[in-house]
Design a binder for this molecule. Structure first.
Ligand SMILES: *Cc1c(COP(=O)(O)O)cnc(C)c1O
Length: 441
């Protein structure tokens, strides 16, 4: 054995030991090591995208002249908040849009989407979703499920074109659904918690071209949640008038403690800003408090953090598909978001998986999650999260409704080693529950 190989063995040996200290059996660790090795090429491609996006972000920081003064915040009305205004320029430069609002006072992704839609529609307009049913929480915003204050109450109607059975856009259906009242077309990039495929930026670009060929004046908004920095381009680079997302997912890099963003054309962002605060004031007010450093640093880290989460998702897909479980997407498919669905087939499987994820987290690792009756859901739901920011799903987390086919949705991990530990812990937990046999290698 040459010196390098000997060093390598020593390294592997101590990492395996450390995994052992964390509760991972040798056979699980070894099974994981083989899977990791077999993914080397995929991981290299993820690193290439991450490097490109890291440079894209740094270039935007430099172009917008981010300075030390930007890292301090304002209180009160927040007039002339240099840090806030420059951060918005950085987002716009990175996502190649004319304007952006990036605010802690936007409470979550749903809030950002609601502001973008309400600001850019007027009574009598119709919203057309061309990627099927939107994310659950938007049903009440739009009024698909009746709700106080919904857009439907303001006389804004809604129509939807489902994706085709193969998961692609129904371009003929879209052309046919556009009428003289259609004003805002919405597209959801991620599958969210549906079992469809996630849409690629290229596919989204084709659909936008199709829409604009019918009526160039139509506005297109993309729900970009979970998609940021997964590809080289964002939907705003293929014609979307607005892209919208949450800062406790990818672009916050795990450091932003709250917030949402809307990036897009000057007109769209301005109209959204008048809804975010009020007519006349728009984006001029809204203090950044003491959050600028975490927003900047989080956005700076986001490409690398997103890459870690993607590696964790592909690693989970590979481990579980080789054990015979159905996974969406599988470990070979191209990725357009960070969500991994695994069909575990039994309630015990979902519970064991989530407990493993919890025990692999940096915070609250000693807690044992239980299924519970969550408001708004018919079935019991189990959730695992041991996060620095409550509810943050760029951090290691998993959840699943306790109902057939017993899917679990896994996402996040702020670093690749922590994502890997979480996935291995899920498998260890499945093994201890007698639900899987780890192949002898
Ligand atoms: C997370 C998410 C949202 C917004 O959810 P919030 O919990 O309000 O941040 C919207 N759409 C999709 C596809 C999402 O994944």
């Amino acid at each position: 054995m040459n010196k390098e190989a000997a060093n390598q063995e020593l390294f592997n040996f101590s990492t395996a030991d450390m995994l052992g200290s964390c509760g991972i059996d040798r056979d699980v660790a070894e099974y994981g090591r083989r899977a990791e090795e077999s993914l080397a090429e995929r991981f290299a491609e993820i690193d290439r995208v991450a490097e490109y996006n890291q440079l894209k972000v740094i270039h935007a920081f430099q172009k917008c002249r981010v300075s030390e003064a930007c890292l301090t915040g304002t209180t009160g009305y927040g007039y002339n908040d240099l840090g806030r205004d420059t951060l918005e320029e950085v987002y716009a430069a990175t996502f190649r849009t004319e304007a952006a609002i990036v605010r802690p006072l936007i409470a979550c992704g749903t809030h950002a989407l609601a502001i973008a839609m309400a600001g850019n529609t007027r009574p009598g307009d119709e919203i057309l979703s061309i990627s099927g049913k939107p994310y659950d929480t938007l049903e009440e915003v739009i009024g698909i499920r009746p709700s106080v204050g919904s857009l439907a109450e303001y006389g804004i109607t809604y129509n939807q074109v489902d994706l085709l059975p193969d998961g692609s856009f129904d371009l003929d259906g879209i052309r046919a659904a556009i009428n003289e009242r259609t004003h805002l077309v919405i597209i959801q990039r991620s599958k969210g918690y549906a079992s469809r495929k996630t849409l690629s930026v290229a596919q989204i670009g084709e659909a936008i071209s199709c829409v604009k060929a019918v009526r160039p004046d139509l506005l297109v908004m993309v729900d970009n949640c979970y998609g940021e920095f997964v590809e080289y381009r964002e939907p705003s680079e293929v014609g979307a008038d607005m892209i919208v997302g949450s800062l406790i997912k990818n672009p916050g890099g795990g450091l932003a403690p709250s917030g949402g963003y809307i990036c897009g054309t000057k007109e769209c962002v301005e109209r959204a800003a008048y809804r975010m605060t009020c007519p006349g004031l728009g984006a001029e007010i809204g203090p950044s408090l003491n959050l600028n450093t975490s927003f900047y640093q989080g956005f700076f880290s986001a490409p690398i953090v997103t890459a870690a989460a993607l590696k964790g998702a592909i690693f989970a897909a590979r481990l579980y598909e080789e054990l015979g479980f159905a996974v969406i997407p599988d470990s070979h498919e191209s990725r357009h978001d960070i969500i991994q669905a695994i069909t575990l087939g039994t309630p015990e499987g979902v519970v064991a998986f989530c407990r493993g994820i919890q025990h692999g987290a940096p915070v609250d690792s000693f807690v044992t999650p239980e299924p519970w009756d969550m408001p708004g859901y018919d079935d019991q739901v189990i959730m695992a999260a041991g996060a620095f920011v409550a509810g943050s799903s760029i951090e290691l987390s998993a959840d699943g409704p306790i109902r057939p086919p017993y899917n679990v949705y896994f996402q996040g991990g702020l670093s690749w080693p922590s994502a890997k530990l979480g996935v291995l812990m899920s498998l260890q937990s499945m093994k201890e529950a007698g639900l899987v046999n780890i192949p002898v290698l």
